[in-house]
Design a protein around this ligand. Structure first.
Ligand SMILES: C[S@@+](CC[C@H](N)C(=O)[O-])C[C@H]1O[C@@H](n2cnc3c(N)ncnc32)[C@H](O)[C@@H]1O
Length: 345
């Protein structure tokens, strides 16, 4: 396997080969900076030794970020990593940037913006033991993991809702912090007007999952502004900007759409998705219906969800995600049933 590109040769993001060649468990000589030890646990080599770190992303998704920074990024815009948590996503971008031969080295300083609260609060279930986490912050781990490439990185600790972006173009936008309609609106209104048509890549890391159904609604609302490139296990939808989105357009709050419009957009996303992705999106739509108070309709839809394996061991098979989402949504269904029963008494 060759991982090297000819100098200044940019990868074709329509061909998944641009990132699959870097997945370390398939290509042990990959220059990607991580090795998966157990699901969602990684060893990362740093100049201070090997760091064991958790990421909610899969090796496939991390390889995409590495490949985009190494073989696609031109320097025309910034790389924005929203919701980097311990920072393995940032490390993948930074390692890719360090190996990138498309842009001049002089253009690489402070081009990766890594946003997160960096708080252990509400993530106790995910927090790794460390010497410093008693202080309630993961920022120290983020620094340790990314120290070798810090000149490329602008760490941005804090609440996105209290932050801003300004008007710098964005070439790669990784979204893993759109955890509410409000945060989604922040991302769309602040970031989407700065995408570069024909160039910018948007990774929606919660697209093929149940809780953040607004990601699918958002991409469907702006369907004529993006080209869909890929859906990749764990939960990522990968898109390329093809037409501009003005600041005035992006200021519209998608959360304010009528329920009927949200349903229509979800239906469109389901209809055009590959079959395995569509099953997860059906669970996401059911979650939306529960949030809208339409439990009976949600249950009817859930009864139609298939978890059949369609492409075994392929990054395009989401049967495991569909099964996991069904387990999770059973809790929402039970809660909604209890609420309905309480309302009847
Ligand atoms: C699912 S986790 C991200 C997982 C991560 N990308 C990884 O590789 O493991 C979502 C992240 O969004 C961040 N987040 C949630 N709300 C936020 C806010 N208001 N501002 C900044 N970050 C926020 C959380 O701190 C958390 O790290």
């Amino acid at each position: 396997m060759s991982t090297a590109l000819d100098e200044n040769e940019r990868c074709d993001v329509r061909d998944p080969g641009y990132w699959t060649r870097y997945v370390p468990f398939n290509h042990p000589s990959s220059p990607a900076p991580f090795v998966e030890t157990v699901f969602q646990r990684y060893d990362v080599k740093t100049s201070a030794g090997t760091v064991a770190i958790r990421s909610m992303l899969t090796s496939y998704e991390l390889s995409i970020l590495f490949a985009l920074a190494k073989d696609y990024w031109t320097g025309a815009g910034e790389i924005v990593d929203l919701g980097c948590l311990y920072g393995l996503t940032t490390r993948c971008f930074a390692e890719g940037l360090s190996l990138n031969t498309i842009a001049d080295d002089s253009a690489k300083a402070k081009r990766i913006y890594a946003f997160d609260l960096f708080l252990a609060e509400n993530y106790e279930w995910w927090t790794q033991a460390s010497r410093t986490v008693h202080a309630g912050s993961w920022f120290s781990e983020f620094i340790d993991l990314n120290l070798d490439h810090m000149p490329f990185i602008a760490p941005c600790p804090g609440d996105l809702l209290k932050m801003s972006w300004g008007d710098k173009p964005i070439e790669i936008l990784m979204i893993d912090a759109a955890k509410s309609w409000e945060l989604n609106h922040w991302v769309v209104s602040r970031m989407f007007p700065h995408l570069i048509p024909g160039q910018s890549i948007v990774v929606q890391q919660d697209y093929v999952h149940l809780a953040e159904y607004w990601c699918a609604i958002t991409m469907e609302y702006y369907h004529d502004r993006f080209e869909t490139l890929d859906f990749v296990y764990g939960a990522s939808g990968v898109f390329r900007s093809i037409e501009p989105i003005s600041a005035a357009e992006a200021a519209f709050d998608l959360g304010s759409l009528e329920d009927s419009e949200k349903k229509a957009l979800m239906d469109r996303a389901i209809a055009k998705a590959p079959p395995s992705v569509a099953e997860v999106l059906k669970v996401a739509k059911a979650k939306m219906l529960i949030d809208m108070g339409e439990l009976a309709e949600a249950k009817r839809l859930l009864a139609s969800v298939s978890t059949k394996v369609l492409n075994e061991n392929s990054p395009g098979d989401f049967s495991g995600i569909a099964a996991g989402c069904l387990v999770k949504i059973a809790v929402d269904v039970a809660r909604a049933e209890q609420a309905e029963a309480a309302g009847r008494h």
